[in-house]
Design a protein around this ligand. Structure first.
Ligand SMILES: [Zn+2]
Length: 435
């Protein structure tokens, strides 16, 4: 018998076309991970409207911040407010602060003040020269505020999405090519959002220690998937962007006595860690010392997850506190990657940049610092790894950089105190363009 859909069991014999489903929708990752046994219309295309697009849309700012392009190969746009000289301006369709402010006309929240490029303003009706004030956007403090509706993180849509990711990933790992009865509960939940069984199928993980450890283990913006069996049940744990973690109960195990442990990290860029428990034996450990720490930490986390009684969904409060915290950290964190640096050089026009001490944007200064040290200490043939090593040496001893106030001030000082900073920035920008 040929391959059939893992949701409905139909296949070619029923006149149904199978398609490749993105296990994690492509708007939520830069990686490709597919399951090819999903029927095209009902259980691939329709999922988008049922639950996927809602999650993708609500997370536009996060996706933009993490350099994940959406439809038409463009960065997703988001809504933001800008606090400039005691006035608040609302902006829709922001793609980058650097390409939004000073390019279009915005009205402030009172409706009485406009902000925009002078050549556009003078063409407006009722324009009076007496009422204008010139501001240099490089020279004033601008605060960007982005509101994210964090209820999305415990919405039914995200739970169905997590169930879908877990189920399709598991079927891929086990080479399951049809719809099996033992998965009827999870399939029902993905298709309808209704839980038939008494046990909650998708739960929020609220244990702070475990969440923190998962986050530390994976790179910024990664998705980490872990599959494990506890007693006779199969569980998948998903750390979603390192912002929130979920436990998905897939139901009874397929075969007794089989090892079901498997984990896979899907980072924003490059290869992630794949870890199969079956090959985690002493001999392999000795030949693969590089991942020794990763593996032992992962095993510890998995053991804790197994012991943990996952908190019921009704306990949103603790879960949301941790999501809020993670969101806050994410907006101040940076992980060096080629996409981010290239985009930064392009959007901020580094060659002619004017820097001001009053600029408080940590993300901006961190990226600028990377370009600066790249120009100052590296030659033209440098690669991303060289920059990474430099950052590691100069500012942070971990791969995820959490920018503290102290670090922020020191980065700023190092650049501004250097008379030749513009020269180093230009050189650094050229190196990055060549990546
Ligand atoms: Zn189907």
């Amino acid at each position: 018998m040929g391959n059939c859909c893992i949701y409905c069991g139909r296949g070619e014999a029923d006149g149904i076309e199978l398609s490749e489903s993105d296990i994690i929708p492509d708007g939520l990752t830069n990686q490709t991970i597919k399951n090819k046994n999903v029927c095209r219309i009902d259980h691939n295309n329709k999922f988008s409207n049922m639950f996927e697009s809602k999650v993708i849309e609500e997370l536009a700012f996060i996706r933009n911040h993490l350099n994940i392009k959406g439809k038409g190969n463009k960065y997703p746009s988001y809504k933001a407010k800008y606090l400039i000289e005691d006035r608040t301006y609302s902006a829709k369709n922001v793609i980058s602060k650097s390409t939004t402010l000073g390019k279009k006309i915005f009205r402030d929240d009172t409706g009485r003040q406009l902000l925009g490029p002078i050549n556009q303003l003078i063409r407006m009706k009722n324009f009076h020269e007496d009422n204008i004030k010139c501001v240099d956007l490089n020279n004033i403090e601008i605060e960007e505020q982005v509101e994210i509706d964090i209820s999305i993180f415990y919405s039914i849509e995200i739970k169905r999405l997590m169930a879908k990711i877990a189920y399709e990933w598991h079927c891929k790992l086990e080479k399951i090519n049809t719809c099996l009865d033992i998965y009827s509960d999870i399939i029902q939940f993905i298709l309808t959002g209704i839980e038939e069984s008494e046990n909650e199928l998708v739960s929020l993980i609220t244990d702070e220690k475990v969440c923190l450890e998962i986050k530390e283990l994976s790179r910024l913006g990664s998705h980490l998937l872990i599959r494990n069996k506890i007693n006779d049940s199969l569980y998948v744990y998903i750390s979603f962007f390192g912002l929130a973690a979920y436990q998905i109960n897939l139901g009874n195990i397929l075969e007794q006595g089989k090892c079901y442990f498997f984990s896979q990290e899907l980072p924003l860029e490059g290869k992630g860690n794949v870890f199969d428990y079956k090959i985690f034996c002493f001999e392999n450990l000795m030949s693969d010392f590089q991942n020794f720490e990763y593996k032992t930490r992962l095993v510890m986390i998995t053991n804790k997850l197994a012991e943990m009684e996952s908190t019921k969904t009704s306990n949103h409060k603790k879960f949301l506190e941790s999501v809020k915290n993670n969101l806050f950290m994410l907006s101040f964190s940076s992980e060096l990657n080629v996409k981010e640096l290239k985009r930064f050089v392009h959007e901020f026009n580094i060659d002619g940049i004017k820097l001001k001490r009053s600029n408080k944007d940590t993300w901006f200064w961190f990226n600028l610092f990377c370009i600066y040290i790249c120009g100052k200490f590296l030659d033209e043939n440098a690669c991303l790894l060289d920059i990474r090593n430099l950052v590691y040496e100069k500012v942070s001893q971990t791969s995820n950089v959490d920018i503290t106030d102290e670090l922020f001030e020191s980065i700023k000082k190092q650049i501004l105190d250097d008379q030749d900073y513009l020269e180093w920035l230009r050189k650094g920008a050229n190196i990055v363009r060549g990546f």
